[in-house]
Design a protein around this ligand. Structure first.
Ligand code: FAD
Length: 778
């Protein structure tokens, strides 16, 4: 952290500066400087009368003085020359002498204008093997670094030290060269504020997005949003909009721990919402309401509804206490800090103080990924509380048995915090996709709708693009990321049509056969609201359970209904309501696949399977059928077609407790219940709700972030975290700060991992001209 400027010397604090001159403070030199913006004159003393009259002359004089000092140092055998004084790039790109060390200086024109950090870039180098093309890398590296560093506002001076190992018959010793470079740079007069160890075959990218990658999102559907899209129907001249998927969102109304909200803030995009504070429960014992955002109100509910109120409160407190440390870790390190390579040591280093204060978090690490029921069974006996916990988990596809403990940690941490609330995105949940789209486009990305990816193109074991259903080919320079389910993703790799790495066969087999949740039944209702009294409910979102004795995964037992028009009048004409009723993700697909849509049999089966959805709404609105404007039943076949999810699945269903197949390294030491986001095909990654941390919009957003983090150098990731931490006090914990910077040089060389590091692979130039850096299927 730069230290704050000392108080200005009294002597000049009130002296007005000549026109065009400004006074600044150099945190690196710990002293004031004066500069003239138009001429870029910059000096350590206030302008004299002559300098005020002729700033251009002052600049020339200052340059001359520095040049003189540089030459003097050179004659005296000193190491290098500050770039601010160098007349021209003296980088010895092609002609670097075969000496133990050579220094290359570059003059950042822009950097001369402002005072900031002095940066030394140390590059180990040797041009021994022609196929490594190191000389041509260096020829590209030097001008790019000059251009890049000159564009950074915080860098006043920089110097690139190319430390070359002679042809001494020994192995390339990167570490030693870095040490040599560091010693030379450190001995320079004035010193440096930052030392960056760099490789000659890595180039900083253009600042086009939060991570500088050009991203093309290819969406199969004609609407964006995937499982969270909205569709509309016209009826009697009025427009009715319906949700196809999620309805319950916490933490979207303000900066929060919800990764989706954090992404919005990262992109600088807003999504207006209306808020509400509870979830209606229609159970065998009647209606009650889970009040979000209050510890005490929840305990009141337990006292009121539980079979043994005081015991339920006691057990609830004990459960919270048991998971307190793990829960606390969610505010020590966020999902946004995660990445899948050694860089995570730097990006999660900020949690070190928390870990030191709570060493038990290590012992509990396996518990984080394990099934929640193992903890619940030890502590909770009161049926009402056990049932409630099951319903809190069910959105991830499982009740407590099968749900990853981490799922409940977020809920424990957030849902009971004072003022936590649920949100209705105004205009429909498709606003979530639209908000992300705005952010994507703002940073130079593009979303292409109606672009169904048929095949991932693999060349030399590497994903180099995709082929669309319409025959178009999109090349991807950096990576292809599939956001489709694993069942849909494996279909995009066609080993019979192309040569793929041998591991792909096993990977395809295992991912394709992963257990999966069933499909979903939908009922969409448009009703007349005239004279409708809904004063007995307070919220738009409701859960309906027929029988606690039956599985909550049974689609005929558990369902939800959502009336967004209670809070968002824009989704239907005035005086009407729209209702989305949907089953749990346990609707068996097999009977449906035997039926032909449109056939009598199919229509009859639709009516039959949807009758429990009608009955569910009737518990809240008894005369709902009489009020009907129109209704639509969505079968699993429709769900599959519109949401593009194989067999209409709610998602991958590996129950927590053991490692999933293809879980990667994490799965070796921990019960990690998700297949790895990396695949056996270099440059092909996955994200979405079948990746850690699972089903749900916050989780899907988190998995996308983890994939993006994994694709970039850890330095960019740290920069992003720092920038984000400054956007809101809530996000302060995201920045690992000085601890991250300490780890960065240790792990930086390993990020991104080699198969994602095109420059390191040395094949970037050989690839065909790319259309975009990343092709993402959704
Ligand atoms: C009825 C229902 C209710 C839910 N309720 C909630 C809730 O209340 N709260 C909550 O947080 N979550 C809820 N969820 C879960 C949540 O919606 C999902 O987990 C999340 O939206 C999944 O996001 P995703 O990006 O992983 O997948 P998806 O949203 O399925 O996105 C995958 C995308 O890939 C596209 N695609 C697939 N194949 C191809 C291809 N070959 N080429 C191009 N594009 C392709 C699809 O069109 C789709 O847009 C619910 C889900 C459903 C279905």
């Amino acid at each position: 952290m730069p230290s704050p400027p000392p108080p200005a010397p009294k002597k000049d604090s009130h002296v007005p500066l000549p026109p065009g001159w400004v006074k600044g403070y150099s945190s690196s030199q710990k002293r004031y400087f004066w500069s003239h913006k138009a001429t870029r004159a910059s000096q350590w003393h206030p302008p004299t009368e002559d300098e005020a009259r002729d700033p251009e002359g002052a600049r020339r004089e200052a340059e001359e003085k520095t040049r003189h000092e540089r030459e003097k140092r050179k004659r005296g055998g000193g190491g290098g020359v500050p770039s601010s004084a160098a007349p021209a790039a003296s980088a010895s790109a092609a002609g670097a002498p075969a000496a133990p060390a050579s220094a290359a200086a570059a003059p950042p024109k822009k950097a001369r204008a402002a005072m900031g950090s002095r940066v030394a870039i140390i590059v180990p180098y040797r041009d021994l093997h022609a196929e490594q093309k190191r000389a041509s890398h260096l020829a590209r590296f030097c001008p790019r670094m000059v251009e890049f560093l000159s564009s950074l506002p915080g860098v006043s001076e920089f110097r690139v030290f190319v430390v070359e190992q002679s042809d001494d018959g020994r192995k390339f010793n990167r570490g030693k060269l870095l040490n040599v470079g560091f010693d030379i740079a450190r001995s320079e007069p004035g010193g440096y504020d930052a030392f960056i160890y760099h490789d000659v075959d890595l180039l900083p990218g253009d600042d086009l997005g939060p991570y500088g990658s050009k991203t093309l999102v290819l969406e199969s559907h004609i609407k964006c949003g995937g499982s969270a899209h909205t569709f509309s129907r016209m009826h009697n001249g009025g427009k009715y909009s319906f949700e196809v998927g999620p309805s319950i969102f916490e933490g979207l109304d303000r900066p929060s721990l919800n990764p989706l909200r954090i992404v919005f803030d990262m992109l600088g995009e807003e999504m207006p919402v209306a808020t509400y504070t509870g979830l209606g429960y229609w159970t065998p014992t009647g209606y009650w309401r889970f009040p979000i955002g209050s510890k005490s109100k929840f305990e009141d509910l337990l006292m009121e509804q539980a079979e043994d109120g005081p015991k339920a409160v006691e057990e609830w407190r004990a459960l919270r206490l048991r998971l307190k440390t793990l829960g606390g870790s969610t505010t020590a390190v966020s999902l946004l800090n995660l990445r899948q390579d050694a860089g995570f040591l730097a990006t999660t280093a900020g949690s070190l103080p928390f870990v030191l204060r709570n060493p038990d978090v290590f012992a509990d690490l396996p518990l984080t990924f394990d099934s929640l029921h193992k903890t619940v069974d030890q502590i909770v006996t009161v049926p009402f509380l056990r049932n409630f916990i099951d319903t809190m988990c069910i959105f991830c596809g499982f009740p407590a048995k099968g749900a990853m403990t981490a799922h409940m940690l977020y809920i424990l941490e957030r849902f009971f915090e004072e003022s936590a609330c649920y949100s209705v995105p105004l205009g429909g949940t498709s606003q979530m996709g639209d908000t992300l789209k705005r952010g994507l486009e703002k940073f130079g990305g593009k979303l292409q709708l109606n672009a169904h990816v048929e095949r991932v193109i693999v060349e030399n074991g590497r994903a180099v693009g995709v082929k669309l259903k319409n025959g178009n080919v999109v090349k991807a320079k950096k990576a292809v990321v599939s956001n489709a389910t694993p069942f849909d993703t494996v279909k995009m790799l066609k080993p019979d049509e192309q040569t793929v790495p041998p591991d792909v066969h096993k990977w395809r087999e295992e991912l394709g056969k992963l257990p999966r949740h069933g499909a979903i039944m939908h009922l969409f209702l448009a009703i007349d609201a005239e004279g409708l009294d809904l004063s007995h409910i307070e919220d738009p979102a409701h859960l309906v359970v027929q029988d606690w004795g039956r599985s909550l995964q049974d689609s005929q037992n558990l369902c939800s209904f959502f009336i967004p028009s209670l809070l968002d009048p824009s989704v239907c004409p005035e005086g009407k309501h729209v209702i989305h009723v949907y089953s749990s993700g346990g609707e068996p697909y097999e009977p449906w696949e035997k039926l032909t849509p449109g056939s009598e049999e199919y229509e009859a089966y639709k009516e039959k399977r949807a009758s429990c959805l009608w009955e569910a709404v009737e518990r809240c609105i008894p005369d709902v059928r009489e009020r009907l404007e129109f209704s639509i039943i969505g079968s699993p076949l429709a769900h599959e077609a519109f949401l593009r999810r194989d067999r209409g699945t709610y998602g991958m269903a590996w129950a927590a407790g053991t490692s999933a197949p293809q879980a990667g390294l994490l799965g070796l030491g921990l019960p990690f219940p998700f297949p790895n986001l990396k695949t056996p095909v270099d440059g092909l990654l996955r994200c979405g709700d079948s990746c850690f941390p699972g089903i749900g919009t916050p989780s899907a957003a988190a998995s996308g972030i983890i994939a993006a983090n994994t694709m970039v150098h850890v330095g960019k990731h740290l920069d992003m975290l720092k920038e984000l931490s400054e956007r809101d006090p809530m996000y302060k914990f995201l920045d690992p700060g000085v601890l991250g910077q300490i780890y960065k040089p240790l792990v930086g060389g390993f990020t991104p991992s080699p198969e994602l590091d095109l420059e390191k692979l040395g094949n970037a130039k050989e690839l065909p001209v790319e259309e975009r850096d990343v092709a993402k299927s959704a």
